[in-house]
Ligand binder design. Structure first.
Ligand code: SF4
Length: 197
């Protein structure tokens, strides 16, 4: 199903992109337009969709989230700052490529442990607050690398930390307190353009 995303083109229609995303997520049909619009506009939401692939109950909760309803109909198009349909589709096709790559690879064990140690020591590590954050929570296991942050989220980006630290394309949103140009994960800070790609 990853092909669905990697083969997305700027010549696809909006409806075709909804079908591609639905197939990628394993629901066998198009996602509602509001889901695609929010996924393009809200990276943590897109991450949550990827995490909940092939679990229809969780996906439905994401689709029914009140914030997703804000992307319904004309209101959703307005959220995209008046972009034309062509621009919207181009943005979606680019995002699909990114999700397709990010959704199927994970960092090596040493990177995972280094990132997790940084999050465990970070003042931005916080309790999940909303339904979405609780929905994608990871079961806490203090002895197991990759699960030591459990359901904790990052106060800055709102992501579930245990999910975020596994993805190669993710980056810590905060500056390292002692090393200029690095994040708290001790990785180079990305320039704004790269983060938004
Ligand atoms: S991602 Fe970065 S800012 Fe967020 S909790 Fe982890 S170390 Fe802190």
């Amino acid at each position: 199903m990853i092909k669905e995303l990697l083969e997305a083109k700027e010549t696809d229609s909006f409806d075709e992109l909804c079908v591609r995303l639905g197939n990628f997520l394993g629901i066998g049909k198009a996602v509602p337009p509001k889901v695609l619009l929010r996924a393009i506009d809200d990276p943590p939401f897109a991450d949550n969709l990827i995490v909940c692939r092939n679990t229809p109950g969780f996906l439905q909760s994401l689709f029914d989230d009140p914030k997703t309803a804000q992307y319904d109909g004309d209101a959703g198009k307005k959220k995209e700052d008046g972009k034309s349909n062509t621009e919207l589709i181009a943005k979606a096709a680019t995002a699909f490529l990114k999700w397709g790559k990010a959704g199927f690879s994970t960092v090596d064990e040493a990177t995972l442990e280094r990132r997790e140690n940084a999050c465990l020591a970070c003042p931005n590590l916080s309790e999940p607050k909303n339904k979405l954050q609780k929905l994608v929570a990871v079961k806490l296991d203090k002895e197991r690398v990759g699960r030591r942050t459990g359901d904790k989220t990052c106060k800055i980006c709102g992501c579930n930390v245990a999910r975020k630290i596994k993805l190669p394309g993710e980056s810590c949103p905060d500056s390292h307190p002692a090393i200029e140009g690095m994040t708290r994960w001790n990785e180079p800070q990305r320039v704004a353009a790269a983060v938004a790609e």
